[in-house]
Design a protein around this ligand. Sequence first.
Ligand code: S5P
Length: 485
Amino acid sequence: MPALEERIKSLVIKLHEIDALKFGDYKMKVGINSPVYFDLRVIVSHPAVMRMLAELMWDFTKSDVECQHICGVPYTALPIASIISVTANIPMLIRRKETKDYGTRKLIEGKFNKGDKCIIIEDVVTSGSSILETYRDLCNEGLDVTETIVVVDREQGGLHNLAKYGVKMRSLCTLSKIMDVLCEAGRVDSSTVQRVKDYLASSQVNLKNYIDVGVKTEVSSNRRLTMNFVQRAAEAKSPLSSRLLHLMSKKRTNLCLSADETTVKEILNLATTLGPYICMLKIHSDIIEDFSPEFTEKLVDISNNNDFLIMEDRKFADIGHIASMQYSRGYHRISSWADLVTVHPIPGDGILDGLKSAILDIPNKPIRGCFLVVEMSSKGNLCSPEYIKGALKLVSAHEDFVSGIVCQSSTTVTLPGLIQLTPGVQLVAGGDKLGQQYNSPEHVMLSLGADVAVVGRGITKAKDPTQAAVEYRDRLWAAYEKRII
Ligand code: S5P
């Protein structure tokens, strides 16, 4: 077989022949126009080139690699990775690109163990952002990503950007080398070579939108995610948001226990034993069979002794007039004992006015706050991006009362003074039989942007709820510390 170098030259010419490599004026994903464009997707229509490329990639890689898995960056590199997997008999992993609205929310398909070594295969690298996304998800699942092998390095900063995050990358060929090969073969003229050279000199891509948080995560320019809780308390407009941020920082816990039990005894028992580990205890008072005013008095005492807040997860959703009575009247008299409540923004502004008016009637005017439920954790929920956007508009007129947002995405909450509460958390990703979807503590903190994570059955149904609460508290707090700078 010819030397690697000769095979690379033949491949470059083939790629040019099948139009996987074109010259002109192309708009790129990173926003700079390019005189050269790679479209390696076309190789699926040329099986012989696909095999040539995959075999070459593996021969280039194999002498210097140790891995239990190969993962192709979606989508172009998937067929290449598949062929390598079959040729080299190395199991493949697939990273899902979509993170929402499917069964288990599993991000990585394929069987693996934590600590397994994995290499990433990519077709073309420009800034390195797609590779970083794949790298982040593999790391978050506990895989040890040893390096990335790419077909073409466009030499626009990808290698440097990846190195900044500790990601090793090797490329089969660079754009400069491709230009040399094509020029030598008489397939491009010297003015095209010069245009590409000039372009490379003026179009280095710097990834500002990534920060190093140990397990890498994209945090864009969202200050909330990198500030610590005390710094954020200074920007909080709602007194309860400020109190919760300080409380979390002092107690070093951002765990909210969802005590979804149906008897007073079980809830008080959980509050007493797990109180030291949590920042908030959340209940649904309407599922408690023996609810009484004495219960709430005892719960408030336990919360004072253990320094946590009480949230009634009532999810109010009626017109302001009714919501105000549901909050302060009836059997539960929620406003008299719950520091925080959850509210659906669906009725519009009036529901917040209604709830706030009810607080004015409580003797001593206690500090109260609410969390707007803008996006749910359940499969198939109807919270569209338009709904979320509209719901968030309610915040500015009620900054004193809205302490935070219940949601599932790191980009929803940007104001540092607002707190993101994210339910659907268990030690491993998965779901229940009724549509609930779970993500790991690290994933909700580092990828979904949670500040407070809500854990219910993951703790209450554990063999040893205390041990489980300690594990959730420690993992959530460690992830928070990795995130802040
Ligand atoms: O989107 C949501 C919002 C909430 S508040 N998804 C949720 O699961 N919740 C609540 O979090 C839900 O009502 C329940 O009390 C808790 C999740 O419990 P788990 O047992 O599934 O952890």
